[in-house]
Design a protein around this ligand. Structure first.
Ligand code: KG4
Ligand code: ZN
Length: 333
């Protein structure tokens, strides 16, 4: 079974072909440069660029696998959550192809695709899904059955990185820029708050940390020009985000008595997060599965892979459906 995946929920236009859990192609056309001048994703710019790119990206994904779209068996597309006008482009393209070639069309939840992107063979596991729009802690009981334990009450972890980077003029996306600067910094130079670390629930909050960071940046105005000060600010900020994410994830795994943890989403590219979570899991005898880097940030392979797996479990798509920009992970449980 050949599955074509299409993803246009935010600022990457992507198409991929998978077969038997193998990724045959995974083409990603990033809009990062277009949005970086604005310091964040501009929805109108995103949807216009998706429109420009989507057909070519699909054609390239098929070409790389030496097949025609007509040879595809199933088309999977991101239904939500995401930017409405951006989702519409992918869903319209997928619908058009499915109608033209009479193919089965599978709507996919973008965060569920991130959730299953690490190569975790069997549940149960606790998953930390950290992206630009979401920070989710999920208890996966078995494939397709999960409980959302907690999420961010305000900014997502990736959003916090993006806003902190913007404050220092480091550009968009902020995560990779902060990580780069943090390499030469002292993570203990500034003591930033660890929000909701002991909140007694599984939720997160990063807006207070962002405010504390902004105040420190303003206070350091005279020395902010110094590369060492920027490096220290970045390292200290990154350490605060990582500590909260790692601590709460490991505590959740222990609380729910699961011996496996999965990490995915764009922020999972962060080496400090990967390494601190790795050490924390190892110390507690927990197995850790991290999504491969090309599956961390938005991509269509994870959309096609999830559709393929759902079909193995005899999933039937709803007869009628539309884009769902604010689709929560909860109704799946
Ligand atoms: O999953 P993703 O590609 O898109 C969404 O679904 O949001 O995640 C993008 C987010 C951005 O906020 C970006 O700053 C963050 O992931 N990110 C990182 C790193 N690479 C990407 N955050 C921290 N460290 C990184 N190395
Ligand atoms: Zn994403």
């Amino acid at each position: 079974m050949l599955v074509l995946g299409i993803e246009t929920s935010c600022d990457e236009t992507s198409a991929a072909v998978v077969q038997d859990r193998q990724i045959l192609s995974n083409v990603v056309s990033s809009q990062m440069d277009l949005h970086s001048v604005y310091g964040g994703v501009v929805p109108e710019v995103a949807s216009r660029q998706h429109l420009r790119m989507v057909d070519a990206v699909i054609a390239q994904a098929c070409k790389q696998t030496d097949i025609f779209v007509s040879g595809i068996d199933v088309i999977a597309v991101t239904r939500g959550p995401g930017l409405p006008s951006a989702l519409l482009v992918g869903v319209s393209a997928a619908r058009g192809l499915a109608l033209r070639w009479r193919k089965l069309l599978i709507p996919i939840h973008h965060m569920e695709a991130h959730l299953y992107s690490p190569a975790m063979e069997a549940a149960p596991f606790v998953a930390l899904v950290v992206s630009g729009g979401h920070t989710l802690l999920v208890h996966v009981l078995c494939f397709g059955e999960h409980q959302l334990l907690g999420q961010t009450l305000d900014d997502a972890a990736g959003e916090a990185f993006d806003k902190a980077a913007q404050l220092m003029g480091l550009g968009y996306p902020g995560g990779p820029a902060i990580e780069q600067k943090a390499k030469n910094g002292n993570p203990k130079a500034f003591r930033f708050p660890r929000p909701m670390l002991d909140s007694g629930n599984w939720n997160f909050s990063f807006s207070g940390l962002k405010t504390a960071f902004r105040k420190t940046v303003v206070a350091q105005k005279s020395s902010i020009q110094s590369p060492q000060c920027i490096a220290d600010l970045c390292a200290s900020f990154q350490a605060a985000v990582v500590e909260v994410l790692v601590e709460k994830t490991i505590r959740a795994a222990q609380h729910f008595q699961v011996s496996q943890v999965a990490l995915s989403g764009g922020v999972a590219c962060n080496h400090a997060l990967r390494s601190v979570l790795g050490k924390g899991c190892q110390a507690k005898g927990i197995r850790l599965a991290i999504a491969e880097r090309n599956l961390c940030t938005d991509n269509a392979a994870m959309i096609a892979l999830l559709a393929e797996r759902k079909l193995l479990y005899h999933y039937q798509p709803p007869a009628e459906w539309d884009i769902q920009p604010d689709w929560s992970l909860e109704p799946h449980s």
